[in-house]
Design a protein around this ligand. Structure first.
Ligand code: FUB
Ligand code: ZN
Length: 655
């Protein structure tokens, strides 16, 4: 028998209707719309954004670059990291070219690369806020400046753009930036022994290393990870020198060091604390560097943070961040549903972290979380028209509460046109357009299939895997595998944790394979067909009784999709409904809902108390209340707030 040769992934082409709808939506609506917004021609209002920080214009992000490039005059406008909106958009566009070549858009992005190149300083520095309005403060207030975060986002975009178009300038800008950072940071004399207040550069430099093979970038990424928290006074010392009250982002100085993951070295941090997006970007960077260097300490931190987040701090939808204060994690099992944060970026970042962990080790748990984010927590960030977005993703919302209770004012019940801080929309766009990169990993002679997203994949020139399905609505997953090399290899297929039962047939024959760490492994030595039938029963879920907010509540899930009740389908108030763990449920695909996008709908038998008349005593002795039997209609969580504004609930009261 011939010996196995190294298998390499060459190409993945997504054929899934579900995902191609979104991927085309990004090309046809999201990218053009966001380009207009960033050029201030979209005429959108950000006043509806409860966190607009008093800003009135919609973006000015391209104008900032033009001013830095000397093509316009004026001041910088927006957050000091406003440039990142452009870079994430550019990255999303770069990925889209792999499935939707688009010469008109590419003219725009090629010109944008030229603009970015002219905005870049001779030494490689690029952060328009500092170039335009505070050149004397470069790298002087890293707690708030986001300079490395901003350049990191460009580096990611530059690498992606080079990979998809071959544009050398895009990569050159990235390497010049990284060289600038390298010459300014480190423990040598005359360098800054420090790091950015917002992790991101670590993962970006790792990607640059992966592309260029230049070890100095990996070393710099590792440096930032190891330096973090070593001197917990670092930010304070910089602030003192820069002028204690001279804040760039007022309020940030008062946040605890743990908000920045800077209270102690990463190796000593036991829990995933602080700003949720910062945590998951940091984790992604750690996972990259751990994989490339074999650093045990970083790998241990990845495992520790993963467990803490996934087992104690994550919502059933994959959302993370339990409080608006600091957009942050709080404490274990603290998962309030109506005051939570659940930033779209945090779910996107969690998907990045999961992807990197899968590259380290084949554990189904990572693919499960990735899937949870894709179909729930991240996807809910965008409307079905591609022009409205959630920043905060609650699991329980009420327009009256959002208007009337300042503690809930950050929770919108309709998606906004745009935001004062517009980090989320393009972040989600880049996840969707790069989805093809999340489907497989390879470990030696083993190809691992992580997601049920119909696709055609080529490995080398001679191994082809085609997956077809109607997922997430149906659970029949069909694989056609062709190996023209006729050299045996192993295919690992993730069995999702929600599919307690499944059927498996190989070339039509029923076969039983053990599930090992969330995967079944099949030896492939010739053309093979596989049929996997996943368990798509409607499941009534409950949370651990350590979660106070979910005690006495049930949620409904089918496959990976978590369901929600909306007022438009179920007369308010939604808190009066009760369901039981064995309530009768029916599932039906409705192809006319949501402008013909179609979604699977669940009906569940429930009871509902009659709403008492206004003015009845606020408190009285408890008696059994009369309840009527009703059917509740539930829609996928990701699709909520696409119709009339109203209440929404994921966790329903248990009878
Ligand atoms: O600080 C930059 C970005 O703005 C963060 O990643 C988001 O959470 C938002 O705060
Ligand atoms: Zn965001």
């Amino acid at each position: 028998m011939e010996t196995a040769e190294k298998i390499e992934l060459k190409e993945v082409y997504i054929t899934s209707d579900f995902w191609n709808n979104y991927r085309e939506l990004v090309v046809k609506e999201v990218l053009p719309y966001q380009w207009q917004v960033m050029n201030d021609t979209a005429n959108v209002a950000i006043s509806a954004d409860p966190q607009n920080n008093g800003r009135d214009k919609n973006s000015h992000a391209v104008a900032n670059l033009k001013i830095a490039a000397g093509e316009m005059t004026g001041h910088h406008y927006g957050f000091p990291f406003q440039d990142t909106d452009v870079y994430k958009w550019l990255e999303a566009a770069a990925y889209s070219f792999s499935y939707h070549p688009n010469p008109d858009l590419q003219k725009i992005t090629d010109n944008l690369i030229e603009l970015i190149a002219s905005a870049q300083d001779d030494d490689g520095y690029l952060s328009t806020y500092f170039q335009i309005d505070a050149p004397e403060r470069k790298f002087k207030r890293l707690q708030q400046s986001h300079e490395l975060y901003t350049m990191g986002h460009y580096i990611e975009a530059g690498v992606a753009y080079y990979q998809s178009t071959g544009n050398e300038l895009s990569l050159e800008i990235a390497t010049r930036m990284a060289d600038c950072i390298d010459s300014n940071f480190g423990n040598d004399e005359n360098k800054i022994s420090g790091y950015d207040g917002h992790p991101e550069i670590e993962l970006a430099l790792s990607r640059l290393y992966e592309q260029t093979g230049q070890k100095k970038y990996l070393a710099l990424a590792k440096y930032f990870l190891k330096e973090r928290g070593k001197d917990p006074e670092f930010f304070d010392e910089q602030d003192r020198v820069d002028g204690w009250d001279n804040d760039i982002l007022p309020g940030m100085r008062d946040l605890p060091r743990s908000y920045y993951q800077a209270a102690e070295p990463i190796s000593e941090q036991k829990t995933a604390d602080g700003h949720a997006v910062r945590v998951v970007y940091l984790c992604t960077g750690m996972a990259y560097v751990a994989r490339f260097t074999g650093d045990e300490e970083l790998l241990a931190a990845c495992h520790r943070f993963w467990k803490d987040i996934v087992r104690r701090r994550m919502y059933i939808t994959g959302n993370i961040g339990s409080t608006t204060i600091g957009e942050a994690f709080t404490y274990d099992y603290d998962l309030p549903n109506d005051t939570m944060y659940g930033e779209t970026c945090a779910s996107v970042g969690m998907a990045f972290f999961a992807r990197q962990m899968l590259k380290i080790e084949p554990k189904g748990e990572y693919g499960d979380v990735l899937e949870k984010e894709l179909f729930n927590g991240a996807l809910s960030g965008m409307s079905l028209d591609g022009k409205h977005f959630f920043y905060v993703n609650p699991l329980e919302a009420d327009p009256i509460a959002s208007r009337g209770n300042p503690g809930k004012s950050h929770v919108l019940t309709h998606r906004a046109d745009w935001f004062g801080c517009a980090c989320c929309p393009a972040n989600l766009a880049r996840l969707i357009t790069s989805l093809d990169q999340y489907l497989y990993t390879i470990e030696g002679n083993v190809i691992l299939s992580h997601q049920f997203v119909s696709n055609e994949a080529t490995f080398g020139d001679e191994v082809k895997i085609a997956q077809t399905n109607n997922f997430p609505w149906d659970g029949n997953i069909h694989y056609e595998i062709k190996d023209e090399r006729h050299i045996p290899f192993t295919l690992g297929i993730r069995i999702p944790s929600w599919s307690t039962n499944f059927d498996f047939r190989e070339n039509g024959r029923k076969v039983r394979h053990p599930v090992v760490d969330g995967f079944i492994y099949i030896e492939i030595s010739d053309s093979t067909t596989i049929d996997l039938d996943l368990d798509m029963e409607v499941k009534v879920m409950k949370a651990s009784n350590r979660v106070a907010s979910d005690f006495g509540k049930l949620a409904i899930q089918r496959g990976p999709i978590v369901y929600a009740a909306e007022e438009v389908d179920n007369s308010a108030p939604l808190w009066l409904y009760k369901v039981t763990p064995n309530a009768e449920t029916t599932y039906k695909f409705n192809d006319s809902l949501f402008n013909g996008n179609g979604v699977g709908i669940i009906q569940i038998a429930a009871t509902k108390e009659t709403l008492e008349k206004d003015g009845t005593p606020l408190y009285r002795e408890a008696t059994t209340q009369e309840e009527n039997s009703v059917d509740m209609r539930l829609i996928p969580y990701y699709a909520w707030a696409n119709r009339e504004n109203g209440q929404m609930r994921v966790w329903l009261n248990e009878k």
